[in-house]
Design a protein around this ligand. Structure first.
Ligand code: HEM
Length: 485
């Protein structure tokens, strides 16, 4: 094998990579040292804006295999046949901290899947929690500001975290989840993933269904207590990355079984609470889990920056047969992600290998922009319609239409009678064992007792009381005991 030659970016050989060119032995540097200038300038441009949330993450490639026939519910081609396999990329993440943060922290985890289907990429951008803190996207920037670093102190502040929650009773369910045992997964392999939102499926006959996705880990759920997590962070801040990387390198490929809860679309209007409310789960007794397939991760990316940092998932990357529901949060997300990608990665981020379709090609009239690499042929027209057999629309509806009614405006009234913010938080609390309840109460009190304002503490306590009187009483006692210390 011939010896590899070090070159400049333009491919010219480099003569000296140890000594800069100078005027005389001890003299000042020469502007003509192209290799030096290029090296320093390029280094300055290595970092791009990190994701505004979910900055810290790990990714891997794998495949999805259909195990059960769901063609009665969706016409999506990649779900169209038992045994069919589709390549995918999955990025896990923590939410609140920056790129350099630790993995084993109490925080939701992202679970974002890009299925490279023959009908285009399908992105399912979920979390490890079936619900979320808020149900209207207009609150999202304020919510995230309250959970990330304070602009003055530069660190997460219990005052801000709990002040937001004091004004967000709808967060009580997710707080109960987060402060409970599942709040700190032991690794990305040992947690479930959820689509969280309600999505819409449409079958070949044009019939509509609403669905919720559940990826159940086949490794078993494993979590860390707050004390165990502190120890893990001290030993290896990258514990989730280490675990995922090493498992796949050893050939111990993690897998998840995908289930769907499926609601015929006509049942949505009369369901006893709003089925598009992201702060609520659908009881399994109403809509049981139906198995769909198996997701396996079997290959680590070769380059973390190129493939994980530059991965771009967008909840509005749908394929025929799968579409959005009227969930307001989801509707807000349909805008937010691609907008973030255009800022973070540029307009042509869809042409990067990790983001480009693999089982089909993107063929449209979008052109140019910073870093364009998709040129088309010299015969391709850049307008449509045209007389030169360029790509044309299919006229086939992607999903069934949704019926809407009412007046435009900002609405405060609940959609359904049972849309209160507390009953599912109470149900989750009552499901817990005595030990789980004690740990939950201790975790909440540990944070809430650090809040400086009594009124903020009182408002939060009122939420736990409303969820379940015993829950409220125990949190209140624990907070007061800690504050008297
Ligand atoms: C990342 C916005 C709610 C899951 C992001 C990013 C933005 C964003 C701007 C960074 C995207 C990037 O730079 O690549 C929002 C807004 C929300 C919302 C506006 C509410 C209206 C949610 C919910 C979930 C979720 C409810 C889960 C069910 C994720 C995940 C990522 C992410 C997993 C990381 C994706 C990746 O690995 O690249 N979000 N988000 N987000 N979000 Fe959200």
């Amino acid at each position: 094998m011939s010896k590899r030659v070090l070159t400049t970016e333009s491919g010219a050989p480099v003569a000296d990579n140890q000594n800069s060119a100078t005027a005389g032995v001890g003299g000042p540097l020469l502007l003509q040292d192209q290799h030096l200038l290029e090296k320093l300038a390029r280094f300055n441009r290595e970092r791009i804006p990190e994701r505004v949330v979910h900055a810290r993450g790990s990714g891997a490639y794998g495949y999805f295999e259909v195990t059960d026939d769901v063609t009665a519910y969706t016409k999506a081609a990649f779900l169209g046949e038992v045994g069919k396999r589709t390549d995918l990329f999955l990025r896990f993440s923590t939410v609140a901290d920056s790129l350099g943060g630790a993995d084993a922290v109490r925080d939701p985890r992202g679970f974002a899947v890009k299925f490279y289907t023959e009908e285009g990429n399908y992105d399912l951008v979920g979390n490890n929690t079936p619900v979320f803190f808020i149900k209207d996207p207009i609150k999202f920037p304020d919510f995230i500001h309250s959970q990330k670093r304070d602009p003055f102190t530069g660190k997460q502040e219990p005052d801000n975290v709990w002040d937001f929650w004091a004004h967000a009773p709808e967060a009580t369910h997710q707080i109960t989840w987060l402060m409970g045992d599942r709040g700190i997964p032991a690794s990305y392999r040992h947690m479930n993933g959820y689509g969280s939102h309600t999505y819409q499926w449409t079958n070949a006959q044009g019939e509509a269904f609403f669905v919720k996705y559940h990826f159940k880990t086949n490794q078993g759920i494993r979590c860390l207590s707050s004390e165990q997590a502190a120890e893990v962070v001290g030993k290896d801040a990258n514990s989730h990355q280490t675990d995922l990387l090493q498992a796949i390198e050893r050939g111990v490929n993690p897998s998840w079984t995908l289930y769907a809860q499926i609601m015929p679309a006509h049942e949505a209007a009369d369901y006893r609470f709003n089925p598009f409310d992201l702060t609520k789960v659908w009881p399994h007794a109403d809509y049981p889990l139906q198995r769909v397939g198996r997701l396996v991760l079997d290959r680590n990316p070769d380059n973390v920056f190129a493939e994980v940092e530059q991965a771009a998932f967008s909840p509005n990357n749908f394929v025929p047969g799968i579409g959005p529901s009227p969930d307001k949060m989801l509707q807000g997300r349909l805008f937010a992600y691609a907008d973030a990608h255009r800022y973070r990665l540029g307009v042509n981020h869809t042409q990067l290998p990790v983001n480009a379709p693999k089982a089909t090609v993107a063929d449209n009239y979008g052109r140019d922009g910073l870093m364009a690499t998709r040129n088309g042929s010299r015969h391709d027209k850049n307008y449509e319609p045209n007389s030169y057999s360029g790509p044309a629309q299919t006229d086939a509806a992607l999903s069934a239409p949704l019926a809407v009614a009412g007046y435009t405006g900002t609405h405060v009234a609940p959609l359904h009678v049972k849309d209160d913010d507390f009953f599912q938080a109470g149900e989750l609390y009552r499901l817990m064992s005595e030990e789980e309840k004690s740990r939950l109460v201790a975790n909440i009190a540990g944070g809430l007792s650090q809040v400086s304002r009594e009124d903020v503490i009182e408002k939060n306590l009122a939420h736990f009381h409303a969820a379940d009187p015993d829950y409220g009483k125990r949190v209140e006692e624990a907070v007061h005991a800690l504050r008297e210390d």
